[in-house]
Design a protein around this ligand. Sequence first.
Ligand SMILES: CCCCCCCCCCCC(=O)SCCNC(=O)CCNC(=O)[C@H](O)C(C)(C)COP(=O)(O)OP(=O)(O)OC[C@H]1O[C@@H](n2cnc3c(N)ncnc32)[C@H](O)[C@@H]1OP(=O)(O)O
Length: 224
Amino acid sequence: MTDALDAVARLFVNDGLSEDEIARQAALYGPLADDVRALIPLAVQTRAGDDDVRQAREHLAAAMELLGRTKEDHPFGTRFNDNGNFRVWGNAVMGLRNAIAPLHRINHDPDGRVWADFHLHVGFEGPAGHTHGGVSALVLDQLLGDAARVGGSPGMTGTLTLRYRKPTPLGDLHGEAKLDRTEGRKAFVTGHISGPHGICVEAEGIFIKPHWPVEDGRDRNQTR
Ligand SMILES: CCCCCCCCCCCC(=O)SCCNC(=O)CCNC(=O)[C@H](O)C(C)(C)COP(=O)(O)OP(=O)(O)OC[C@H]1O[C@@H](n2cnc3c(N)ncnc32)[C@H](O)[C@@H]1OP(=O)(O)O
């Protein structure tokens, strides 16, 4: 656990950025992630032939060379400033700079419910034409964890139990979660993902506040 503690402490950084600089970086790197995100379904669906694919790959190689000239050698972690503007831009579910992240925003209602409307493209396929079960788990883990945090009991996922009630289509989906109760350091949270024909996946999670020296105090309505 010492290594994990060290990593969390090292990657939980007040970088002192001004709001203007944060906005500048968001405007610069967010669209880059959006472009990379748009490439993923294209890689699955393009019917381009040999020459076009070869040419596209040359462009991509040039882009990778440009982007790789200067880069950090560690994950993004959690960054914040004195205003409490928390950024988790590398997060796999809602990180602004993460091209695989399917959620743009997680909303928090005054009653503690958290919810998101999101779109899963063809790169999230599991069963033919449907969402991969692990992707549903990914999204629900984040939503339930956020509900625990918003409810005042932030924690690491101890147990996540899913019931796949019916196949989850790709496309436009809705997810939500709410803290049910707490017992000591444990938060018990429930949630679900629904599609056009109702609830597809139900989830129950136990989130446990670890013995870490840091608190995650992200703003309640923070965008990714
Ligand atoms: C500031 C926060 C920032 C939190 C930052 C949140 C980021 C959210 C990110 C999204 C969510 C993730 O992906 S999180 C990543 C996936 N999860 C992980 O990697 C977690 C790895 N596991 C761990 O680090 C640890 O096992 C913990 C923290 C979960 C628990 O360790 P611990 O704190 O030493 O727990 P311990 O003292 O033994 O037990 C405390 C109580 O919890 C129960 N318990 C222990 N483990 C489990 C378990 N897996 N499932 C259910 N219950 C459990 C015990 O029975 C006990 O109940 P009683 O006797 O008191 O009744």
